[in-house]
Design a binder for this molecule. Structure first.
Ligand code: NOJ
Ligand code: MG
Length: 558
């Protein structure tokens, strides 16, 4: 028997973002035009035709703004320019124009929780008196203890270590402390400050006027802190994973953030066109996350609960059902995402023991995941994801089936996590390695030279785009075909109904398409009367769906 989901078709087809497939470009690792080993904006322009061929609707670019690169550009020193390593402002303009010419939309990254410590505001604050207007744009406090030499509260940085750093007074004596939920080079802004609020509205307008189609909002759940900055003794990751039973932490998901996004929404609504706001908010449960996408707030929020769901039919069905129900209630589309620049690539993650906590990086001395198993599951997961109603996010390189680089030499690591955890957590460099385009070119076609800011493993040759293009069965062709079918069949705007299925099998219909993923040990048959349209791996001899394979099927036509 079929159980209809609560999915509605409201707005489908009229608002591009409701069903868009959005491809994340991590500029420093996508394409390098000048051979310095760091990807750049002209490099992106040169590869736009390849993205059109893949069949995506939009690109989202991680930050390319002037920055000391303490956190790979998520430490912004100037929100209205381009860092010379990535090009110039005119390159951003050209990229937007060239993308639009090809029918691709462009989303940029907005980093409002913190600036770089090199931002002129922070430099000014350091030189100013405690209690001054310049300090009030950030979160400065006196330390605890008689000499103020203990941090103002117990908060920890997401990257490890205390979330506070002590400053020196202009005369060299120790001074106040400032808050940084991330690296010390990323001081948190004070969102009670009118100046901070006005500045970000002006930044939104600056990029809207340059023609962008939206903003991915970094740490959207962090801007407002509980006013008393109360101590917190639970782990800081409490808003993700299995920690929904704990009280809400004083630094995350405070109700006050929503007012900010309502203001931003009105700024976007005043602007002609359909620009969007996308929340990067590690917030659970799904109902709390859905508050970010109420009709007068953001348009989308990344569904990290989906990314973190275990590879079992139960966990997948539960998270899909919950996500659709929560966003339906507020009239927003669900987003689906499996990889990004902050997590282990899903081709590697899915090879880890099922249900295990997601590790923060893997090193050469750790147990090495089974690449073939990971890829098999990743292909099945992706094909399932691309059938689901709503909007999907892809991370550069996943269309090649790229695994995490799990044997990077520790001495090349750049993620501040590695340093700040005293070399206990390896961090995110393994998913940020420059991607391969051509097997036999220098840096596998990443750039014109061998230079690459993180070393590429020799196995990258096998994954290069030119080894997969037009090769039946390749991961790249799987993505390309799935994206074409998804578009032709309107799956993103579809309606999902669950089908009854054996244990360990997930089966549903999205409009006319039947989707079956087999998580169990035994092959399963497709529903009677259907025939396969596309499969994430070879079917067995009798046309049955093997373990860790997803199939899209349709009614057999006779
Ligand atoms: C989330 C970004 O995706 C991540 O890369 C960054 O380190 C933090 N926010 C801090 O900006
Ligand atoms: Mg370059």
């Amino acid at each position: 028997m079929n159980t209809p989901s609560t999915r509605t078709r409201d707005g489908a087809g009229t608002e591009w973002w409701r069903e868009a497939v959005i491809y994340q470009i991590y500029p420093r690792s996508f394409a390098d035009s000048d051979g310095d080993g760091i990807g750049d904006l002209p490099g992106v322009v040169d590869r736009l035709d390849d993205l059109v061929a893949l069949g995506i609707d939009a690109i989202w670019l991680s930050p390319f703004y002037p920055s000391p690169q303490a956190d790979a550009g998520y430490d912004v020193a100037d929100y209205r320019d381009v860092d010379p390593i990535f090009g110039r402002l005119t390159d951003a303009d050209r990229l937007i124009a060239e993308a639009h010419r090809r029918g691709l939309r462009v989303i940029v990254d907005l980093v409002p929780n913190h600036t770089s410590s090199a931002h002129p505001w922070f430099v000014e604050a350091l030189g100013a008196e405690p209690g001054s207007a310049a300090r009030d744009r950030y979160v400065f406090r006196d330390g605890r203890g008689q000499h103020g030499d203990r941090p103002p509260n117990s908060w920890r940085s997401v990257f490890g270590g205390p979330a506070w750093t002590r400053t020196d007074n202009p005369d060299g004596t120790p001074g106040q402390w400032y808050l940084h939920l991330f690296d010390a080079g990323q001081p948190d802004l004070n969102w009670d400050s009118e100046q901070v609020r006005d500045e970000f509205v002006a930044i939104l307008r600056f990029w809207l006027d340059r023609g962008v189609d939206g903003f991915r909002v970094d740490v959207a759940h962090g801007l407002v802190k509980q006013a008393d900055l109360a101590d917190w003794h639970y782990p800081e990751e409490t808003t993700s994973g299995d920690h929904v039973d704990q009280p809400r932490p004083p630094m995350w998901d405070q109700d006050g953030v929503h007012e900010i996004y309502r203001q931003w929404r009105s700024v976007l609504d005043e602007h002609p066109g359909q620009q969007i706001l996308v929340a990067e908010a590690w917030v659970q449960p799904a109902e709390r996350l859905a508050a970010y996408v109420r009709p007068d707030e953001m348009h989308q929020a990344f569904n990290f609960e989906y990314l973190e769901a275990a590879w079992t039919s139960d966990a997948q069905r539960t998270v899909i059902e919950r996500s659709l129900a929560a966003t339906d209630k507020v009239g927003a589309p669900t987003t689906w995402v499996l990889s990004n620049h902050d997590v282990l690539r899903h081709a590697t993650r899915l090879a880890l023991p099922i249900g295990a906590a997601r590790p923060r990086g893997i090193g050469a001395n750790d147990p090495q995941p089974d690449t073939a198993l990971g890829l098999r599951r990743a292909r099945a997961a992706t094909l399932l994801m691309l059938a689901l109603p709503g909007s999907a996010y892809l991370y550069q390189g996943e269309e090649l089936g790229l695994p995490e680089h799990t044997t990077l030499p520790d001495e090349v690591r750049q993620d501040p996590t590695w340093r700040r955890t005293d070399h206990t957590e390896r961090g995110r460099d393994g998913c940020r390695v420059p991607i391969p385009w051509e097997a036999d070119s220098p840096s596998y076609g990443f750039g014109p030279t061998d230079a690459s800011w993180l070393p590429q493993p020799p196995v990258w040759a096998e994954y290069a785009l030119d080894r997969q293009r037009d090769v039946p069965g390749s991961t790249y062709e799987l993505y390309r075909t799935a994206l074409r079918l998804r578009r032709d069949l309107g799956l993103g705007a579809g309606r999902l109904r669950w089908l009854e299925s054996p244990e360990d099998v997930l089966a549903c219909c999205v409009d006319e398409v039947t989707v079956v993923t087999n998580f169990g040990a035994e092959p399963v048959s497709l529903p009677p009367g259907t025939e396969p349209l596309i499969a994430s791996g070879p079917l067995n001899g009798s046309g049955r769906v093997p373990t860790d394979v997803t199939v899209w099927a349709r009614q057999r036509v006779r």
